[in-house]
Design a protein around this ligand. Structure first.
Ligand code: NAD
Length: 434
């Protein structure tokens, strides 16, 4: 099938490349010319494991191409996916839909023949209706359907998630659109992936409900971790003890510095606003947002306390800047609160991240010193903080770390070390909820 993907970011590029790998003929469109030029040279603008091989393999096979020319790419397409950003709108917390609506207008002008326009971006309930109204207004004569197909991939495991999803959700109001969506995802049905057909509004809400639930689960265990610290219990054992209950499940029960990333923070806030607008407030999610926002800042106090009450004039090594491992995505990462917070309190920050430093330079204070590796970051440091659990930090030579630092203090915000093991190597160790 001929498929067009509008937006070649984390979702658009991965989805486009995977659809091409399914055998479809895919064109990815982006407004950022440098991104398209890079892709046409075989360079991948983001870090996502395995994406370079997937993109270039399909590019060479002639199934995947990149352009800035939306009209040309939409011409003759059977399905056009909108995978542009939906960041938080300044001022009111609603999702900013301007990129989605702009794309819808452009698509409307360029469509030829029956086309299914699919919102893959995470969009509030009712957006597909609005997309349909826009296209109808621009092109009263057009033959088209609008469907909703929210994406559930996780950065860092995006390709596997796309090719082996727990489920595919499609919101559509007519059989023609459902048929096209079925044909596009046919390779997955052969793997018996459940496909859930719903109304468009339901589909839009499923995505927000899923993210809000996961954010709630994380925030729940984070608060239990705080209680464990005060009560002398171990949050990892609590998580295991509850997670083995099939009704609860083990995943998303890792206590840490608070959730971040390109989705949970903006999607929880947007859901709160949508729910308020409909007069059906989601008070649990409101609390989750508030608790999580506060938590990221509280991590600064935790680090200060571990450093003996002050970090003024002290050197703090920060390991991990991205919101999670195996991505270069810095959007709403806890480090964006923690690092400026430490600098504000007088610390000198020496940071390392395997993939995120390029992006971090635009987002963190100028004063941050970027280092080539974890031991360089720890050079003469008064403390080391593990903010993101990259594999490269999971098996540090603790003896070397203790010798490299001025004072061997480790604050592990991801609980990747065994407290007894770290202490044995002469470091003073603080973690979360243990
Ligand atoms: P992104 O910022 O990485 O990519 C969006 C891309 O769209 C950018 O490259 C931008 O230049 C391009 N763009 C904007 N307007 C355009 C237009 N009119 N025409 C062509 N290109 C245009 O964002 P992302 O992380 O890929 O997220 C996209 C959507 O998917 C969001 O709604 C997000 O919530 C959702 N989502 C993201 C993830 C994730 O892990 N990143 C997972 C599931 C869902």
């Amino acid at each position: 099938m001929k498929v067009t993907m509008i937006g070649a970011g984390y979702v658009g590029l991965v989805s486009g490349a995977c659809f091409a790998d399914f055998g479809h003929e895919v064109t990815c469109v982006d407004t950022v010319a440098s991104k398209i030029e890079a892709l046409n040279r075989g360079e991948i603008p983001i870090y996502e494991p395995g994406l370079d091989v997937l993109v270039n393999g399909n590019r060479f096979a002639g199934r995947l191409s990149f352009t800035t020319d939306l009209a040309e790419a939409v011409k003759g397409a059977e399905a056009v996916f909108i995978a542009v950003g939906t960041p938080t709108r300044r001022g009111d917390g609603h999702a900013d839909l301007s990129y989605v609506y702009a794309a819808a207008e452009e698509i409307a002008k360029a469509m030829t023949g029956y086309t299914v326009v699919v919102t893959k971006s995470t969009v509030p309930v009712g957006t597909a209706d609005e997309v349909e109204a826009i296209i109808r207004r621009v092109r009263p004569d057009a033959d088209f359907s609008v469907a909703s197909n929210p994406e559930f991939l996780r950065e860092g495991a995006a390709i596997d998630d796309f090719k082996r999803p727990d489920r595919v959700v499609v919101g559509a109001e007519d059989e023609r659109a459902r048929d096209v969506m079925r044909a596009i995802y046919r390779p997955l049905f052969l793997n018996e992936t459940p496909i859930l057909f719903t109304s468009r509004r339901t589909s839009e809400l499923i995505k927000y409900a899923a993210n809000a639930f996961l954010a709630t689960k994380i925030t729940f265990i984070n608060e239990i971790a705080d209680l464990c610290e005060k009560a002398g219990a171990n949050v990892q054992d609590v998580a295991r003890g509850i997670g083995l209950d099939g009704r609860i499940g083990k995943k998303f029960l890792h206590a840490g510095p608070g959730y971040g990333g390109s989705c949970f923070p903006k999607d929880t806030v947007a859901l709160v606003r949508t729910a308020q607008q409909f007069g059906a407030p989601v008070r649990i999610v409101e609390t989750v947002v508030e608790v999580n926002t506060r938590r990221k800042l509280q991590m600064v106090d935790k680090i200060v306390a571990a450093c003996g009450g002050s970090v003024a004039g002290k050197t703090v090594a920060v390991l991990g800047l991205t919101f999670k491992p195996e991505t270069d995505d810095m959007r709403d990462a806890p480090s964006l609160d923690i690092v400026p917070g430490l600098i504000e309190k007088g610390a000198i920050v020496r940071a390392h991240d395997p993939q995120g430093m390029k992006e971090a330079r635009h987002m963190l204070p100028q004063a941050v010193v970027y280092c080539d590796g974890p031991y360089e970051a720890m050079e003469s440091a008064d403390a080391v903080v593990i903010v993101t659990e990259w594999n490269a930090y999971r098996a540090l030579d603790l003896k070397r770390a203790a010798q490299t630092m001025k004072t061997p203090i480790m604050i592990d915000l991801r609980n990747i070390y065994d407290p007894a093991d770290v202490s044995r190597h002469g470091l003073t160790y603080t973690s979360i909820g243990r």
